[in-house]
Write a protein that binds this ligand. Structure first.
Ligand code: FCB
Length: 489
């Protein structure tokens, strides 16, 4: 079959039809031989009430970067610097979600999604970072939230997805404690204005990424390469800001409002699933997340982290640790790829990393190493290490080439393959009662993929960047089926 049907034939409508005929023929042959009647296929279902949605972030989709009083963010400044973004682009217009949000809500509705995770642009609310809130900025999120609720889609708002107001950066940014305090005040303002309708709040998206990429490698805004001591202080201010925001949401939201982080937990996987290796993977995961999730969940920096950093360790007080570990209601985990594979070791720290072969497969983005088992291990580790009782996968998805076929459709089978495998492993977790309550697929739309610009696509919906026309891909049909069945067929 594969030899007779070229890739091109498969991609055309006619090819698809003949493929379906061939597949039906093959199924009939199997049924005749009695090998496995179709009725024995067991769907892989998720628990009742499992929440399905998509995710985006403000700077990546909104565009409209200079309208209605929005101030500049560090990403506007960074992207405007030559050589920072692979294709020389910026988020100035992006996919213009700011003006097309109604169409985008309709796309979510067509998927059957019941939730949507978006982020609020701090510079729209406080163009100067602090001070008087900008009513027009707040109005936009009012309109968006109302449109979502009218479509029976529950809003999950992320307060910070990396777009720090530039005036705060000019005053020291995350290197200063003032930025963490300002974040708390901003969180309070959001809850005062939207808290009657937004009951699910994530504080900060992927501290690990924005801190390491923005302040260590310099690949992301604000493009700094700090010394270890200064870097550790940035990390500390980020977790402190999370804790202050948790407290602000509690003080200004409703009683039933749920709040937590959305962190890209660095996940260690057992290279071979033995009890020893699983324990080693848990130990490694706790250590890999020491300055982020671990301190948020445990209220202390691990001995290993403090010893490794020595004189460069962050300066902090006991009171800071109490704020950082303010009780959360839910934990969001962004999971794309394993951080490392490990084997147990008798020598400290109890595990060794197994290096990847150069031949290890990855998706279109080279960082997106294939390891769908991470969707099982990440929530399982979190539940076992920290007793988390309400876990969301706040991001998972894949980049693909997404070249339109001659019939105009985008047959992103590689993304479908990736998603199906990730969901199978996530389903393994829910079947074992790991308390995962929902899943947000990154992303609804193709969008500005940070330093990759528009060259890397992650959407279920293709965007033609010249016309901003939206076209759902094959993966959108796949996800619609998943949502409709609450699992994999
Ligand atoms: C995550 C980010 C998100 C997007 C995806 C592909 O690290 O949170 O904004 O860039 O990766």
């Amino acid at each position: 079959m594969s030899r007779r049907l070229s890739r091109r034939t498969l991609l055309t409508g006619a090819g698809a039809a003949s493929f379906a005929t061939l597949a039906a023929g093959a199924a009939a042959t199997v049924a005749r031989k009695g090998a496995m009647p179709a009725s024995e296929r067991k769907p892989l279902l998720f628990p009742d009430g499992f929440r399905w949605g998509t995710a985006t972030s403000a700077y990546q989709v909104e565009g409209a970067s200079d309208v209605d009083g929005r101030g500049p963010s560090i990403w506007d400044v960074f992207a405007a610097e030559p050589g920072r973004i692979r294709d020389g682009s910026t988020g100035h217009t992006s996919v213009d979600h700011y003006h097309r949000y109604r169409e985008d809500v309709a796309l979510m509705k067509a998927l059957g999604a019941g939730t949507y995770r978006f982020s609020i642009a701090w510079p729209r609310i406080f163009p100067d970072g602090t001070g008087i809130a900008n009513p027009k900025g707040l109005d936009f999120y009012d309109r968006l939230v109302d449109a979502l609720l009218a479509a029976r889609i529950e809003p999950f708002a992320t307060l910070y997805h990396w777009d720090l107001p530039q005036p705060l950066q000019a005053r020291g940014g995350w290197e200063t404690r003032d930025t963490a305090e300002a974040f708390g005040a901003y969180a309070a303002e959001i809850m005062r204005r939207l808290g009657d309708r937004v009951r699910q709040v994530f504080t900060i998206n992927e501290m690990q990424t924005f801190v390491e990429q923005g302040y260590q490698t310099g690949n992301f805004a604000p493009g700094l390469k700090l010394s270890r001591g200064r870097l550790n202080q940035v990390r500390h201010h980020a977790v402190l800001a999370h804790g202050l925001a948790v407290q602000a949401v509690r003080a200004n939201g409703r009683n039933e409002t749920r709040v937590g982080p959305a962190e890209n937990i660095a996940t260690a996987l057992p290279a071979i699933e033995t009890e020893e290796n699983i324990r080693a993977a848990e130990t490694a995961t706790r250590e890999l997340n020491a300055p982020y999730l671990t301190v948020m969940m445990e209220g202390r920096y691990t001995d290993g982290y403090l010893a490794r950093e020595g004189a460069d360790a962050p300066r902090f007080t006991d009171q800071d640790l109490r704020i950082i570990s303010s009780k959360v209601d839910m934990v969001g985990l962004n999971v794309y790829t394993p951080a490392q594979y490990v084997l147990a070791s008798e020598a400290a720290p109890g595990y060794v990393e197994v290096p990847l072969q150069a031949s290890h497969p990855h998706m279109a983005s080279t960082w997106l190493t294939l390891g769908p088992e991470a969707l099982y291990w990440a929530p399982r580790h979190a539940a076992r290490l920290w007793g988390n009782k309400e876990i969301y996968i706040t991001e998972n998805g894949a980049s693909a080439d997404d070249v339109p076929a001659p019939d105009g459709s985008i047959y992103d089978l590689d993304r479908v393959m990736y998603l199906r495998n990730c969901l199978m492993h996530l389903r393994r977790a829910t079947a074992e009662k790991v308390p995962v309550r929902g899943y947000f697929l990154w992303s609804l739309l193709d969008n500005f993929e940070w330093a990759d610009g528009y060259a890397t696509r992650f959407g279920l919906v293709h965007v033609d960047y010249a016309t901003l026309k939206r076209t759902p891909k094959l993966s959108a049909s796949f996800y619609r089926e998943v949502i409709a069945r609450n699992g994999l067929a």
